[in-house]
Every structure is written in structure tokens, then in C-alpha cells.
Design a protein around this ligand. Structure first.
Ligand code: ATP
Length: 214
């Protein structure tokens, strides 16, 4: 990868976690090598699409010989940044915030929730799996004292923009937004939306009998 950086389309980025997941599954069942044809069949993409995607990162595997599953998985770990550890904080320790804090699987991939924040006095001081819920007033000071890579917003939607503004001012560069609202941030801050109700509404739309998917 060059020092100038690599240009990758949003569509390719969206497929990268899926490649990682499929390769992880193949590795778990002991498959060492996979042809681009087989990988494409499993993933529902064309073999040339897969080759083009991998070419963004220099290309892996050999024509006609397929991909070495664990080598390719290692490459994807590097590409996705899963070879690092990330410190996360969660703002809003309600049902969603607590569910995320309880979800241990993120830690296996290097994502550690270190603290939760809320305004509800009943929640402040409680712990979820040893992760403390702090008063939101302590947010800026906490970030100053504890290097934080990613902040997760799980507050009601009407609170999300104000929280995002405070996070940005505190120097947070990555926001995982579960609040059902599109937040605005400066260009050097990345927001990834996890609008799960959008996903549910998409499902409900697709289940309409008069809808034909093209
Ligand atoms: P619950 O049923 O416990 O209220 P919930 O997830 O359904 O959980 P929401 O109304 O979505 O409730 O709020 C999520 C959490 O965000 C709650 O714990 C709430 O106290 C908290 N919260 C609300 N406003 C803020 C804010 N400005 N900053 C931080 N947390 C907030």
C-alpha cells in the first residue's frame, strides 16, 4: 500500500467485512484453499468482481490456483484494521448501550468497550460486565485521560447531534451511531450508522407481496 493512500469505493468497503466473514468460516471448517469461482458462488458475486476488489489492495492469489484461505484472511485482517486494539466508549446506557456492552464477541476482534455514559442517576455508578457507567458530565474529562478511538451513540435520537458535537470537540475521530438520525460531523471524522430500524423497515417493505426485487 502506498504512502499516498489507496482509493477504495464505498461499495468495495461494504464487501470487505463479508469477505472476512466467509474466509473465517472456511478456515474454521479446515478449508485451506478456495478457488475464486467457489468463493464467488458462496458470496453471490462474480469471480471478476472479487478479483477487482482484491486488486484495490494489490491483488491476492493466483489465476487458476485459487486463494490460500488463511493468507487471504490475514490480509483482510490488516486491511480492515482488525490487527489493532480499539478503545470504545458508549454514550447512552439504556437497552441498546447495555446490550453492546454485554456483547463479548467484539473483544475477540479487538474492540474493547471501556466506559458507558448516561444522564440517568439510576444508571450512573452501575457496571455492565465490569464496565462502569459514568455521568455524562464526565465525558470530556474521561476522553482527555483515556485514549479513545471510537464512540458509540445509543441515546434517543434528539440527543445524538449534541452528543456528536461534544465528541468531535473532544477529538473523537470515529462514531458508531445507533441513534435513528443522521448526524453531521466535520470531514475528518468518520460516522458509521447502524440504523437498525432502517434495516427492519427495509425488510417489511420487501415482504410486501406486490414487490418484485430486480
Ligand atoms: P430505557 O428503557 O432504559 O430508557 P432505552 O434504550 O429504551 O432504555 P432510550 O430512551 O432510547 O431508552 O435512551 C437510551 C439511554 O440514553 C437511556 O439510558 C437514557 O437515560 C440515555 N440518555 C438520554 N439522553 C441522554 C444524553 N443526553 N446523554 C447520555 N445519555 C442519555
Amino acid at each position: 500500500m502506498s504512502k499516498e493512500g489507496i482509493y477504495v469505493s464505498e461499495a468495495v468497503i461494504r464487501r470487505l467485512p463479508k469477505y472476512y466473514r466467509y474466509l473465517d468460516d472456511l478456515e474454521k471448517v479446515g478449508i485451506e484453499r478456495v478457488s475464486s469461482k467457489e468463493l464467488s458462488r458462496r458470496m453471490g458475486l462474480t469471480a471478476s468482481q472479487i478479483r477487482q476488489d482484491f486488486n484495490c489492495f494489490g491483488g491476492f492469489g493466483q489465476q487458476g490456483y485459487g486463494y490460500n484461505v488463511s493468507e487471504l484472511k490475514k490480509e483482510l485482517i490488516k486491511i480492515l484494521g482488525l490487527d489493532k486494539r480499539y478503545n470504545l466508549i458508549v454514550i447512552g446506557a439504556g437497552n441498546m448501550g447495555q446490550a453492546l456492552a454485554n456483547y463479548v464477541a467484539f473483544e475477540k476482534e479487538g474492540f474493547y468497550i471501556r466506559a458507558l455514559f448516561d444522564i440517568n442517576p439510576k444508571l450512573i455508578g452501575m457496571t455492565i460486565r465490569d464496565i462502569k457507567i459514568y455521568d455524562l458530565d464526565y465525558l470530556e474529562e474521561y476522553i482527555k485521560m483515556n485514549p479513545t478511538d471510537i464512540a458509540v451513540i445509543t441515546t434517543p435520537r434528539q440527543e445524538a447531534q449534541a452528543i456528536a458535537d461534544r465528541l468531535v470537540t473532544s477529538g473523537i475521530k470515529g462514531i458508531w451511531n445507533f441513534a435513528a438520525v443522521d448526524i453531521e460531523v466535520p470531514q475528518d471524522v468518520v460516522v458509521e450508522n447502524a440504523h437498525i430500524s432502517d434495516s427492519l423497515f427495509t425488510l417489511s417493505f420487501k415482504t410486501r407481496e406486490d414487490i418484485k426485487l430486480i
